[in-house]
Design a binder for this molecule. Structure first.
Ligand code: PHE
Length: 347
């Protein structure tokens, strides 16, 4: 009988080794370990009928063999199941992964950061400001007399008031129509020498078109100290624009009217698209109107509480959206706030 057991053992192990599927494995199990007619099961059954002197040795051989076959069978089964799983969930670790979509800076933010860096290098501080303001800071402190028609050109959004409440004119709440609303507010809190820029959103009740939107962006700037002159103003703008556009630009001043500057100017920049030759962007003039500016009106310095005659200064209100339009050759201001990803993803 031991020879017979050894024969079954070898055969069983080689049958197990040849199995390629779970089904084949099941058949092998049946053939050797099956409860009814498995070959090893049959051997074990016969052991009890052996003569006394053979029973123990043969019994334990049969039992060891059964355990060995059982173990080989389990091992093979685990191998086949695993191989199947790997095949089903197969992946090639050398294939580059899917890149998660990441956001990036809005074109206006990029321009703002660039402008801030340039001004910081010239010693300016950067301040944010109130978008909700009152008539005092938006107009009256800036030398707009009460009910002055110049206020009309700012198409200001007024905040709805309770008609039962009597609110003083200068306390009426408005959405700021320009970043100049921060001039006096900042001057009140700081003594000259003062060099500040204020980037921010402004709001006007505009009929929107390619160059006007109800929400737009400005960067206000001002300098107050003793002996500040128009030359300082011109130089500052020339440095800024040359750095932003990455080329030496020319600037020129034309007279402009704003109640809070005297004299007031429109500062033009030589057209960077055509280099001053004349094109559709500069309307064939070679110049692009970019920065309203001027010397701060003494009345504004007075609103700030500065001693009369001690200081002078200049101020400017850059069209931040305009600057981005020029730099990136964007032809419609409404794209900035439109939230259209086809536009934004180009930056
Ligand atoms: N605040 C003005 C505007 O929005 C621009 C400006 C700012 C002009 C500073 C002169 C000086 O129209």
């Amino acid at each position: 009988m031991p020879e017979q057991i050894e024969k079954i053992r070898q055969q069983a192990l080689s049958d197990i080794g040849r199995c390629r599927s779970e089904k084949e494995l099941e058949n092998v199990r049946h053939k050797y370990l099956g409860r009814q007619d498995g070959q090893l099961t049959a051997i074990l059954r016969q052991v009890s009928r052996l003569p006394e002197d053979q029973r123990q040795a043969t019994g334990s051989l049969a039992n060891r063999t059964r355990a060995e076959v059982e173990q080989a069978w389990q091992k093979k089964k685990a191998g086949i199941v695993n191989a199947g799983a790997t095949q089903a969930g197969y992946f090639d670790i050398t294939v580059p992964g899917t890149k998660p979509a990441t956001g990036h800076l809005h074109p206006l933010t990029r321009i703002r950061l660039e402008v801030q860096e340039i001004f910081k290098s010239m010693g300016f501080m950067v301040q944010e400001g109130n978008e909700l303001t009152d008539l005092y800071y938006n107009f009256l402190s800036l030398n707009f007399p009460e009910n002055h028609p110049a206020m009309d050109s700012y198409d200001t959004f007024f905040i709805k008031e309770d008609p039962k409440q009597k609110i003083e004119l200068e306390k009426r709440q408005v959405m700021r129509a320009h970043t100049s609303n921060m001039q006096v507010r900042i001057m009140e809190k700081n003594k000259p020498p003062l060099k500040v820029i204020v980037p921010g959103r402004c709001f006007r009740n505009e009929a929107t078109d390619a160059s006007h939107d109800h929400t737009f962006h400005q960067i206000e700037g001002f300098v107050v100290d003793e002996n500040i002159s128009i030359a300082n103003l011109v130089y500052t703008q020339k440095v800024l624009l040359s750095k932003i556009f990455g080329q030496e630009v020319k600037v020129r001043l034309r007279p402009g009217y704003f109640p809070f500057v005297e004299p007031g100017f429109e500062l033009d920049c030589s057209c960077i698209i055509c280099g001053g030759q004349g094109c559709s962007v500069c309307k064939r003039t070679g110049w692009v109107e970019l920065i309203p500016c001027g010397m701060i009106h003494p009345k504004v310095l007075e609103s700030a509480g500065y001693p009369q005659g001690k200081y002078t200064g200049f101020a400017f209100g850059m069209g931040w959206s305009r600057l981005a339009m020029m730099k990136y050759e964007i032809d419609d201001i409404r794209l900035f706030m439109g939230g259209d990803l086809r536009f934004l993803q180009q930056f």
